[in-house]
Ligand binder design. Structure first.
Ligand code: HGY
Ligand code: MN
Ligand code: MN
Length: 403
């Protein structure tokens, strides 16, 4: 069985044109662009005989085969703003290519397979990462549908504008309906490139904390307020941001990032009275992640007391460390070996939809494909030859699981 590298390359290019401005991709969750991407991928799958639907959380679900627990395979089609063309998208395209190659090879599925494109994995608009797979596996935070983007549009509004009911919890899958989940994804880091190896198998995915901090000081006049009288929310927030980096750097393999920071009212001659900033903290060990969060809260209180400001943390998401299924890991190592690669086992520093089925108790496995240029950046890159090798390994695993 051979995957078709040319077909895969053309589809990467075709999908990249949706939300693409030059090398950069902006295909935000629950946006028109994400819907256009679902329609493109759904069309290819319908043409191969899948029954294609979109669920209440706007996940694309393309089913091959009859009744019974299904093997799910896929990733996400949304991107971060000005992101790359491979993060998420490659996993969906390689899942489609793997199915195409198996069908081209005359394989008949003894168990149902569903190709999935999870909606809004990045959480770039509404702040809830892994949104579509959280909805499917019952792991959405309270009141998720009321979360709004910067324009005040809520998740419920966005779903309704797509023609859904507005209640993403209706996408909940019965766990018994899913027998396994596989995801291929670019590595998004330098380890495979440095090792000169095209594929890896993922052993575990880091724990993730996503939050939003609000710092409240006193808005005042930039000229008439002497320095000793200020309650400057932005300077306090800046000290807290530096503390995030210092505390995370002190814990092995942990990371801490502030990617968004919004001062209010946001004028050059006004001392900011309020600042909100994002928190993205990750670690491969739960106790380390908890320790970082404890230290950070203590430091934010100390800085607030010293500067006469207050701060609060709104928890957006807390995904525990997810060790992936051992038997599936062995199966994927065999499938990768069958395409000629001695794959290393890697812990994923990036979050993935795969965390949700695994944490819901569904056997889950991941294949990484070598990528270069970093990720969440237009210069993210993956050679189509490496992608095809990944699709070949994925097809081998699906053949063993379902054919
Ligand atoms: O943030 C992440 O790790 C993923 O790209 N959503
Ligand atoms: Mn991403
Ligand atoms: Mn991704």
């Amino acid at each position: 069985m051979e995957v078709d590298v040319t077909r895969l390359g053309h589809r990467i290019a075709e999908l990249s044109a949706i939300g693409g401005t030059g090398p950069a991709i902006t295909r935000l969750g629950l946006s028109r662009e994400e819907q256009a991407a679902r329609e493109l991928v759904g069309g290819w799958l319908t043409a191969r005989g899948a029954s294609v639907r979109r669920d209440a959380a706007a996940n694309l679900v393309a089913r091959f085969g009859g009744d019974g627990p299904a093997i799910l395979v896929g990733s996400h089609l949304d991107s971060v703003p000005e992101g790359g063309r491979f993060d998420g998208a490659l996993g969906v395209l390689c899942a489609v290519e793997a199915i195409d190659a198996l069908l081209d090879d005359g394989v008949r599925f003894r168990r149902p397979i569903e190709v999935i494109a999870w909606s809004d994995e990045e959480g770039a608009r509404f702040g809830i990462g892994l949104f579509g797979s959280c909805a499917a596996f019952g792991r959405l935070p309270e009141n998720a549908a009321a979360r709004a983007d910067r324009d005040g549009m809520t998740i419920a509004d966005a779903l309704r504008s797509l023609g859904e009911s507005g209640d993403p919890t209706r996408a909940r899958r019965a766990d018994a309906a899913v027998s396994a989940y596989l995801e291929l994804h670019i590595e998004q880091g330098p380890r495979l490139e440095r090792a000169g190896v095209p594929l890896a198998v993922v052993s575990a995915i880091v724990g993730i904390f996503h939050g939003r901090v609000t710092v409240r000081g006193r808005q005042d006049h930039a000229g008439a307020t002497v320095m000793g009288e200020r309650k400057d929310a932005l300077v306090a927030a800046a000290e807290m941001v530096v503390a995030v980096e210092r505390i995370a750097r002190a814990v092995p393999d942990a990371v801490g990032t502030v990617g968004e920071l919004v001062p209010k009212p946001g004028a050059k001659n006004v001392i900011p009275g309020e600042v909100s900033f994002s928190l993205d903290i990750r670690a491969p060990r739960e106790d380390d992640l908890e320790r970082i969060l404890r230290e950070l809260r203590a430091e934010m209180r100390r800085i607030g007391d010293a500067r006469g400001v207050t701060s609060s943390v709104d928890v957006l998401a807390r995904v525990p460390v997810a060790p992936l299924d051992l038997p599936l890991r062995e199966l994927l190592l065999r499938s990768v070996k069958a395409v000629g690669v001695e794959a290393p086992l890697l812990v994923s520093g990036a979050g993935h939809d795969a965390q949700n089925p695994q944490l819901a108790g569904i056997p889950t496995g991941m294949i990484f494909v070598r990528s270069t240029g970093g990720s969440h950046t237009p210069i993210e890159w993956c050679d189509v030859a490496d992608a095809a090798l990944g699709a070949e390994a994925l097809a081998g695993a699906l053949r063993e699981l379902a054919a």
